[in-house]
Design a protein around this ligand. Structure first.
Ligand SMILES: Nc1ncnc2c1ncn2[C@@H]1O[C@H](COP(=O)(O)OP(=O)(O)OP(=O)(O)O)[C@@H](O)[C@H]1O
Ligand SMILES: [Mg+2]
Length: 273
């Protein structure tokens, strides 16, 4: 199946979380195993991510959180000796299906990395190039999109007088905000965030958390975080990994106050990880 416009219109399956309310599943991961040569980085992960919800992916360092996130938009495709087995379905589409167009997939599944990675073009181009390439900006509409997205992430005032400058003249935190604005400019259905605020100050972190809450009505968000306070504040569900395996997935309140697995309770109390 071709992953084009169908990403938006494909039907979703439903899942019933433990709090009893049925919710659609936007990202369905089944028996996902990622190997580096023979070593399993992820081992038989099956989990569903609720549509238009924020799910926090947590676990000790090296447990496979980034590997899981990168699997969802096929970032392992060109990693030497890495193999991916199992399936990931995003809004009804098989991500690893033979005919999937990865460029279209990434239009619908955006990603923000732990370290900012602006394109080596101007600040303005970082926002407008991809939507223009996908035909999402009407002729002459670039500056409106650029201002809207930079305003949304709180960067507009800091950069409005130097839109043609290199993004590498920005601070590390500002570069991360620029990358978030760039991801949002494609209006993704699913947003993958890998420790997005680990390099940001508390005020900017709060601003981003508010923004993510406001985005929840329009997109599904998967966020990797080591900050359990952030997971509590922001997410509705938690996915907990250890050593490449899924330990537990639960509504956030349950995970932090009445997790079923002893290892989850130890992690929450700071005794592991
Ligand atoms: N390209 C790679 N080459 C070698 N090992 C890798 C590669 N990618 C991931 N790994 C290994 O896979 C395991 C999982 O890594 P991953 O980055 O997914 O962990 P993580 O949970 O995101 O950790 P952290 O919290 O430190 O970011 C680690 O042992 C890591 O060293
Ligand atoms: Mg990581």
């Amino acid at each position: 199946m071709v992953a084009g416009a169908g990403f938006l219109s494909a039907s979703t399956s439903t899942a019933a979380p433990e709090n009893g309310t049925a919710t659609a599943t936007a990202v369905s991961v089944s028996d996902l195993t990622v190997r580096l040569i023979q070593r399993k980085l992820l081992d038989g992960i099956s989990v569903g991510f609720g549509e238009k919800r924020i799910t926090a992916i947590v676990g000790p360092t090296g447990c496979g959180k980034t590997t899981l996130l990168r699997s969802v938009n096929r970032m392992h495709d060109h990693t030497l000796n890495m193999s991916v087995d199992g399936s990931i379905v995003v809004n009804g589409m098989d991500v690893y299906g033979r005919d999937v167009n990865v460029r279209d997939l990434r239009r619908h599944v955006g990603m923000l990395f732990q370290r900012a990675n602006p394109f080596p073009q101007s600040i303005e181009d970082n926002i407008s190039i991809a939507p223009r390439a996908h035909g999402m900006i009407a002729r002459g509409g670039d500056s409106r999109v650029v201002e809207q997205r930079l305003t949304e992430v709180g960067l507009w005032d800091a950069v409005k007088d130097r839109l043609h400058a290199s993004p590498f003249t920005l601070s590390g935190g500002q570069q991360q905000l620029l990358c978030l604005a760039r991801a949002l400019a494609l209006e993704p259905d699913v947003l993958l965030l890998d420790e997005p605020t680990s390099a940001l100050d508390p005020a900017t972190t709060e601003h981003i958390e508010d923004l993510l809450r406001s985005l929840r009505s329009t997109m599904t968000i998967l966020i990797v975080t080591h900050n359990l306070g952030q997971a509590m504040r922001l997410s509705e569900d938690v996915v907990f990994l250890m050593a490449g395996k899924l330990v537990e997935t639960a509504p956030t309140d349950k995970f932090f106050h009445a997790a079923e697995d002893e290892r989850s309770r130890q992690y929450v109390s700071g005794r592991i990880g």
